[in-house]
Design a protein around this ligand. Structure first.
Ligand code: FAD
Ligand code: NAI
Length: 466
């Protein structure tokens, strides 16, 4: 029987990163993966394919609408959807190969099959009707998450799709109805709208992007509406009639009331994700779950069974690849006897639409609710030189700082490249920096990041270019 220091179940960004870090620290490591390819949701049906399609569809839209005003004359671009899907697949394959390479480089055994925990110290790996049992000192559960379903609405991944089907449609739907104005709805809605679909988003709450700063969400909604998105807020989908050529979707006010019927060619259900623990044998092994079906852990990622840990989407916290990765590093270090740690106050979140939204730390709503006195500094991209010359002036930067100490508590950006710009704020916050620190840091000119410095200056009411 093979014996290991660590067996990681699942090779998403949580699992594979944990395995690499553990191997770096001298452990003998194996990963178990039930899918044909490594990389989990993120590489295969999540972050990576969605970003490939967002990039390609953005180029398509730019070629059609932005080139001419810069004096670049091209004939109207034509969509070759199979080629675009091939571009997406090449991106997936390249990244999956990268993970395979990392496993080899770090001498990590890859065991293909479904992993089941047979109590602390033993994992059964089953594939194609055969199974083997391996022994290990430690186990990390990194089995990720699965799509949440709407009662009574069956996802066939053709006409009623989850994000997985929406990443592989074989033609552009005439009408796309999206259930849920969260991250997936707005990102994949953007892809198909740019390629020609009419997009309607039905959202249960009275706002889009719950959890994001309210002002950011309101302004962003207006930008999306200008792009052609239609929103039905405070509404819920109660059924989809699939009998005809077009889908007939019943939509009701969330608070109750008369239903109306909307027609759609494709319905995308993206109302969140749920932890995935199917077939892991957690109950028999004695691994406790919380009330929402997530693996329960303590502050050191330890479950209720000694030597069994859990990280990533399968535990509490934001379902983000970089959160899973950082937990993977931290738990490997803890198992190795080091002081692994994740700072949950400084986890950036990015929505990769055009413009992008990026945020780190507290929102205004959270600060108000916690009774924290804060000051706000805002700076619009319309006043940023680089954005003006590129004619991409949508959006703004908002810095929230503690009213007494000036310590930065949150930064929120709507604007092109916001996802790249947010990290200076994250580093600043990791070091407990102030708005004054950010404002006095020299920023290269002309860059869009100067808007971050100006927003920090605006906290002290001394922005220069406004
Ligand atoms: P996963 O990536 O879900 O990996 C879990 C792995 O475990 C899978 O490979 C699964 O097959 C395997 N597994 C499960 N059970 C077993 C078992 N019993 N035996 C063996 N193997 C098993 N996050 C971002 O930060 N940025 C983004 O841009 C982003 N975009 C996204 C877009 C979409 C469309 C979706 C759906 C998600 C996106 N996410 C994004 C979220 C991100 O994908 C997840 O947060 C991340 O993948 C979680 O990593 P993980 O390692 O916890 O789990
Ligand atoms: P989400 O949690 O972001 O949004 C779901 C939305 O659906 C919410 O606005 C919610 O109010 C709404 N909703 C719930 N039930 C509903 C109902 N019955 N009718 C109408 N609306 C309803 O979830 P989403 O978009 O499915 O994404 C899942 C996860 O994947 C997210 O937690 C996110 O962290 C991750 N992700 C991250 C990305 C990124 O970082 N760029 C990109 C895509 C996904």
């Amino acid at each position: 029987m093979a014996t290991y220091d660590l067996v990681v179940i699942g090779t998403g960004p949580g699992g594979y990163v944990c395995a690499v870090r553990a191997a770096q620290l001298g452990m003998k490591v194996a990963v178990v993966e039930k899918n044909a390819t490594l990389g989990g949701t993120c590489l295969n049906v999540g972050c990576m394919p969605s970003k490939a399609l967002l990039h390609a569809s953005e180029m398509f839209e730019e070629a059609a609408h932005s080139f001419a005003r810069m004096g670049v004359t091209v004939s109207a671009p034509k969509l070759d959807l199979p080629a675009m899907m091939n571009f997406k697949q090449q991106g997936i394959d390249g990244n999956v190969k990268g993970v395979e390479f990392l496993m080899k480089k770090n001498k990590i055994d890859v065991l293909k099959g479904k992993g089941k925990i047979l109590g602390g110290g033993k994992v059964e790996v089953s594939a194609d009707g055969k199974s083997q049992t391996i022994e290990t000192k430690n186990i990390v559960i990194a089995t990720g998450s699965d799509i949440a379903r709407l009662k009574g609405i069956e996802i066939d991944e053709k006409r009623i799709v989850s994000s997985t089907g929406a990443l592989s449609l074989d033609k552009v739907p005439g009408k796309l109805l999206i259930v849920g104005a969260g991250v997936i709805g707005l990102e994949l809605g953007s892809v198909w709208r740019r390629l020609g679909a009419e997009v309607v988003v039905v959202e249960f709450l009275d706002r889009i992007l719950p959890g994001m700063d309210g002002e950011v969400a309101r302004q962003f909604q207006r930008m999306l509406e200008k792009q052609g998105f239609a929103f039905r807020l405070g509404a819920k989908v109660t059924g989809v009639d699939t009998s005809g050529k077009t889908l007939k979707v019943s939509v009701e006010p969330a608070a109750g009331g008369a239903a109306e019927t909307l027609e759609a060619d494709v319905v995308l259900v993206c109302i969140g994700r749920v932890p995935y623990t199917d077939g892991l044998g957690l109950k028999d092994a004695g691994v406790a779950l919380d009330s929402r079906g997530r693996v329960q852990i303590d502050s050191h990622f330890a479950t209720s069974v000694k030597g069994v840990f859990a990280i990533g989407d399968v535990v509490a916290g934001p379902m983000l690849a970089h959160k899973a990765e950082d937990e993977g590093v931290a738990v490997a270090e803890i198992i190795a006897g080091q002081a692994g740690h994740v700072n949950y106050d400084v986890i950036p979140g990015v929505v990769y639409t055009t413009p992008e939204i990026a945020s780190v730390g507290k929102t205004e709503e959270e600060l108000k609710q916690a009774g924290v006195a804060y000051t706000v500094g805002k700076f619009p991209f319309t006043a940023n030189g680089r954005s003006k010359v590129n004619q991409t002036t949508d959006g703004f930067v908002k810095v929230l700082a503690d009213a007494k100490t000036d310590r930065v508590l949150g930064v929120h950006i709507v604007g092109r490249e916001a996802g790249e710009m947010i990290h200076e704020a994250a580093v600043l916050m990791e070091f407990g920096g102030s708005a004054e620190d950010l404002a006095r840091t020299c920023h290269a000119h002309p860059t869009r990041s100067e808007a971050v410095k100006e927003a920090a200056l605006a906290v002290g009411k001394r922005a220069i270019h406004m």
